[in-house]
Write a protein that binds this ligand. Sequence first.
Ligand SMILES: *Cc1c(COP(=O)(O)O)cnc(C)c1O
Length: 386
Amino acid sequence: MSARRRGPSTTAVHGIPHRRPDWAPVAPAILQSSTFVSPVGSDEDIIYSRYGNNPNQVELARKYALLEGSEDAIFLASGMGATALAHLAVLRPGDHLVSSSWIYGGTRQLFDEELGRFGIEITYVTPDHPRLWRKSVRKRTRAIFVETPTNPLMRVVDLTPVAHVAREFGLALLVDATFASPINFRPLEHGADVAITSATKYLNGHSDVIAGAVAGSASLIEEVNRLMRRWGQSIDPHAAWLVDRGMRTLALRMERHNANGRAVAEWAESQAAFSRVHYPGLPSHPDHELAREVLDGFGGMVGLELAGGPAAAEGMLQRLELVTHAPSLAGVETLVSEPRLTSHRGIAPEERAALGIPDGFLRLSCGIEDAGDIIGDLEQAVGAER
Ligand SMILES: *Cc1c(COP(=O)(O)O)cnc(C)c1O
């Protein structure tokens, strides 16, 4: 074992590389066991898969911590489980949370409908008014939550002023960077204390697992682990094994997602059928300069506004052959969805429009197919000339 820090591609394949004994399997075994033999008379923690100490769970968390550059990490049963427990770990009844308003719809509902039940108050800040971070801090403020890049406008939030306020007032800064994956963006390098990811998305990358993860200090992860045991949020060993398998190709997949996202966005911007294209790699994107500075890749997510509005969007969805109409994202296959019917379903149309997501907005998750085939399918679906 060497303490040398290896590149992300190597880490995503091996975790911490180690010599294997003769005849050991090269692929890790799935330890699909709820419980493990306990030494008689031992007062050590038992091994029990709800406790997150099944070797499949432990190895996976170690690998993710290395990729995020954190002291420790933990996997949970879903991205929502990760978001929920990370917040419960830092907030107490009566506390106040400052959150970006540009967040996943499920997270918004968790904050408004569930954290409220614990007497936790939330103030939302629009990140393009960075002075509001400081102005929103109260005596009982304990944490700040940010999502970047955002769903579905691909806004890239500048963490520097947020981290500054968090440090000044001793607040925990939690960042959901699902849309980037640790290959494209690592929140802890930009002043965050906690990174949250829906492993359902890029980490696993094959649309066959629901999982989430939290990375941060050893003490924070210990508290998330305690909550996980109580609230029953551990990841199943088989799901952990699948996420680990997916992660072995994470760096390679991200290269293609980044390339395909850019190719599709550049093509779409040249087409009259689309009135607006949201992609941080385009110079027309409001956060392009910041994205170039902080991201190692612009990702595979593209927001498309159809010039013909909701009717044109629906017509296009009806004609797609390769691109699949399905919620979720970040798998090897290209998916398209309408935020109004999926991630932002719980939000009123006027509020969605105010957030910059008019009805007829399509969110495209570019897979790892050949870019020309994705573009060809979109082209025939919008009825554009070849
Ligand atoms: C999907 C998603 C989540 C929720 O993750 P699940 O694994 O579906 O629970 C949270 N945040 C973002 C940004 C997401 O895209």
